[in-house]
Ligand binder design. Structure first.
Ligand code: NAI
Ligand code: CS2
Length: 495
């Protein structure tokens, strides 16, 4: 093993960034960039206070107990590893519901809420970043409208000074800053959503309007919500990952594993200032949309194809999936024939080379990126990964057989049983709706496919009404059900 250790820089002591969503990706991406920035410049202004609003109180307390130090194990391949110690997270907070004796019902909410709101109201805090997953913004996946009827959002509307959601916490923090005569902070979403800054702004303003029109107008006029494209494959840790690191003498429950590749493309709109990230390879641009759409449709769209085709056929990880020539051929066909033609990229962008680089990253034999993890929250992911691009293709009269197969696979995946009949959890905010459709139409493929396509908060109505496309999804569904993955891929290849 070619192993490189990189120790963390000394703590800064000044918190310039507050992060919502202390998960694996935040620890392996934004925190890494801030660590590299601090190592390069010695600038002590950009320490991070990182909060979990909903889960993982163990990580919040574990990082605190470990002196806020952890490692990112960056694998270029199974023989080349950089162990990067991170010290930029200097405070961790938890505002979710605590379990009492393991029982969720009696837990109280908001253990550290006041501490988080105080951090967010501090003049030192100039940037707020988020990785709360696509569902953490409480937006209709297709329209981008705030889900005002969601019980969590309804609670934040009823008790706005005791918020529980990311949008609610941002509104309350901005209200406190406005009341104190302070400038706002810049809100930087790092979630895999198209126009993630605009969608975050949308959620925050729609929620603020239900509280105070003047506050909403202030936010609309004063708060920057730049968009960003983020990229680093950071699988959820497995026991095998911890065992591998233990063999190297690194035993820390807060560590994360990632690939060595990392990318961040950010719209340069930071009125309160920012680190000069350019020195660490961050691309600061005027418009991030082309980069974001390219990555969401080519990388994430490919990931989702594997995520729904793989598990029912007993395939567990991305690496296992791309070890199959047929699945690799499917990804290449999807990327070059269905995704790439929908993209508008700067002159000279070579999408074929980009596709090859993605397939090489997927074949990283040191990442155990579970397909079930990628399959999570499909209702929140598929609009931007497959459906918006496919609608454009259909409106131009072009076929989309790979996405039709992907949608058929997603519908089959949501039944929650694999090829051997073993049950698994369908982890999605709309899971109960899927179960209801399977219970009612499970024996009638045509009615089942129609019922899924009719979910207009996921599938654009114009695409659902496209009879030729709906027929292609039904044919793919029947092919998967009757001939399995190999048969369906062969049918696709025959065209
Ligand atoms: P994770 O499971 O480690 O962390 C998820 C975080 O989201 C946790 O802090 C959790 O508490 C929070 N969360 C979930 N639902 C929430 C809600 N309703 N409200 C508030 N917070 C909520 O997952 P990970 O790997 O950190 O990914 C998080 C997000 O980062 C992804 O959804 C994606 O948008 C983005 N991302 C992830 C990449 C990866 O490879 N893991 C790569 C690129 C982007
Ligand atoms: C994955 C992404 O879980 C998923 O949905 O497709 O987290 C993917 O690993 C990242 O976007 C890569 O940058």
């Amino acid at each position: 093993m070619n192993l490189t250790h990189l120790p963390a820089a000394p703590p800064a002591g000044r918190i310039g960034v507050v992060h919502l969503g202390l998960g694996a990706f935040h620890r392996a991406h934004q925190a890494v960039y801030l660590e590299r920035y601090r190592q390069r410049t010695g600038d002590a202004d950009w320490g991070v206070c990182s909060a979990n609003l909903r889960s993982s109180v163990g990580l919040v307390d574990g990082l605190r107990d470990a002196g806020y130090r952890y490692h990112v194990a960056e694998y270029a391949d199974s023989e080349t590893l950089t162990l990067r110690e991170i010290g930029t997270i200097e405070e961790t907070l938890f505002t979710g519901k605590e379990k009492v004796g393991g029982r969720d019902a009696e837990g109280r909410w908001g253990r550290d809420l006041e501490a988080l709101l105080a951090r967010l109201s501090s003049p030192e805090t100039r940037i707020v970043t988020l990785t709360v997953t696509e569902k953490g913004y409480f937006l209709n996946p297709a329209s981008g409208e705030l889900l005002a009827d969601d019980p969590m959002i309804a609670a934040d509307i009823d008790t706005p000074t005791q918020p529980r959601t990311a949008p609610g916490i941002l509104v309350e923090a901005l209200a406190r800053r406005q009341a104190a005569g302070l400038a706002p902070f810049t809100v930087l979403s790092c979630d895999n959503m198209p126009d993630n800054g605009k969608r975050t702004r949308n959620a925050v303003i729609q929620l603020a309007e239900r509280r105070d029109a003047a506050l909403a107008a202030w936010i609309e006029g004063e708060v920057a919500f730049p968009c960003s494209m983020v990229d680093r494959i950071v699988p959820a840790m497995t026991e095998a990952d911890f065992a591998r690191l233990a063999e190297l003498g690194v035993e820390d429950p807060n560590d994360v594993v990632s690939e060595s590749f990392i990318q961040w493309v950010i719209e340069d709109d930071f009125p309160q200032g920012r680190p000069d990230w350019e020195g660490d390879g961050v691309e600061m641009v005027a418009d991030v949309a082309p980069f974001e759409t390219m990555k969401l449709r080519m990388l994430n769209g490919s990931h989702s194809l594997l995520a729904y085709l793989g598990p029912p056929a007993g395939i567990e990880t991305v690496y296992d999936a791309v070890s199959s020539d047929d699945l690799r051929a499917l990804l290449r066909r999807y990327m070059l024939e269905e995704a790439a033609p929908t993209l508008v990229m700067p002159e000279g962008t070579d999408l074929a080379t980009y596709a090859d680089s993605l397939l090489a990253r997927f074949a990283n034999d040191s990442l155990r990126h579970r397909l079930h993890q990628i399959a999570m929250d499909g209702s929140q992911k598929l609009p931007q990964r497959w459906l918006q691009g496919t609608l454009a293709r259909r409106e131009a009269g072009q076929a989309a057989p790979c996405v039709a197969l992907g949608l058929a696979a997603w519908i089959r995946y949501t039944v929650g049983r694999d090829h051997a009949g073993a049950a698994y959890t369908v982890d999605d905010p709309l899971a109960s709706r899927f179960a209801e459709r399977h219970a009612r139409h499970g024996q009638d493929p045509e009615a089942l496919v129609s019922a899924f396509l009719a979910m207009d908060d996921v599938v654009p109505p114009a695409l659902a009404a496209d009879a030729a496309f709906a027929d292609a999804v039904l044919a793919a569904y029947r092919s998967l059900s009757e001939q399995g993955l190999d048969g369906a891929l062969a049918a696709l290849a025959r065209g």
